[in-house]
Ligand binder design. Structure first.
Ligand code: 13P
Ligand code: SF4
Length: 301
């Protein structure tokens, strides 16, 4: 029996479902029941009929799935798969901003720990941030943790006053505009599609900016044939599957998230066999961190 057959068999026996982010390895995306961006995965996690969710992503995704579904078992193939940006703010800074600004909303990118969500008013993802920030009654927005996404959203919602935090995604931050321009020189017809976690200099030379699913949708619906993709290379699995006739190039450093890549078929099989790596969160933290997530799901409808 192959490892994939074993996973399929155990999934049925254990009443489990596999969710995967677009950044995980192709062989993991291939066996997933649901693949998507952070917003889609948080929506889909609510209302699944299966009792066990195997979440192939990073810690904040497993934590959010558990917070939204306390009665379910959420397993992660590798509990050390964590997003460094998720930790790049702290409750003291949030409190300081609350003391400094009147009429402030603390807007928390979903790429954040449950602890940070607890102190926030609403969560957003790159797919719904503009809509949600616009819908907030507050004038002042303290956006944590990602400064690149915050600057991008601020440009689209000029009626709000943004206060920035110094967080960033190491994988997207490493990409340089010069690298993108080099690829563009080789492929002048190619359109540049970027994730808003990229540096502002990259966003300024992009033809489209959006979440991972936004990038995939744009490339799939476009009449163009060549694209330079400025996000984690895992998206190439879906891009190539949807568009076998189109060409996709990445900046030469090929952005790779080491944490997303910790998910593997062997580890999925292991957690299905043993029930190990269950996401644990105290009821107090769950109740507090689920509020901004639920508000996001409500406002994004
Ligand atoms: P998306 O919400 O666009 O999938 O992005 C998640 C992420 O981790 C980006 O680095
Ligand atoms: Fe975090 Fe960046 Fe990895 Fe996304 S790509 S999970 S933001 S480190």
């Amino acid at each position: 029996m192959t490892i994939v057959d074993k996973i399929e068999k155990l999934k049925k026996e254990k009443n489990a479902v596999i969710l995967a982010h677009y950044y995980v390895k192709p062989e993991v995306q291939e066996i997933a029941d649901y693949i998507g961006d952070s917003y889609y995965l948080s929506k889909v996690a609510v209302g699944l009929k299966e009792q066990t969710i195997v979440f192939c992503g990073v810690e904040f995704m497993g934590e959010s799935a558990k917070a939204l579904n306390p009665q379910k078992t959420v397993l992660m193939p590798d509990l050390s798969a964590d997003c460094p940006m998720a930790h790049m703010a702290d409750p003291e800074i949030i409190q300081k901003m609350r003391d400094t600004y009147e009429d402030l909303a603390v807007v928390c990118y979903i790429n954040s720990t449950a602890e940070l969500k607890k102190y926030s008013d609403v969560c957003v993802t790159s797919a719904n941030a503009v809509k949600i920030v616009k819908a907030l009654p507050n004038k002042n927005i303290f956006f944590i943790p990602d400064r690149n996404l915050a600057h991008y959203i601020a440009g689209l919602v000029p009626e709000k006053n943004f206060v920035y935090n110094e967080g960033f995604c190491p994988t997207h931050e490493r990409m340089q505009a010069e690298e993108v321009l080099e690829v563009k020189k080789e492929h002048p017809e190619a359109k540049v599609l970027s994730h808003p976690e990229c540096r502002t200099e990259i966003l300024e030379i992009s033809d489209y900016i959006g979440s991972t699913s936004g990038i995939i949708r744009y490339a799939t619906e476009s009449e163009e044939k060549e694209f330079i993709i400025c996000t984690e290379e895992g998206v190439s699995y879906k891009l190539c599957q949807n568009n076998p006739e189109k060409k996709f190039y990445f900046p030469n450093s090929v952005p790779t998230c080491p944490n997303m890549k910790k998910n593997s078929l062997e580890k999925i099989l292991h957690v299905l066999e043993t029930g190990e790596n269950e996401v644990q969160i105290t009821e107090e933290l769950r109740e507090a961190s689920v509020k901004p997530l639920e508000r996001m799901l409500e406002l994004a409808k």
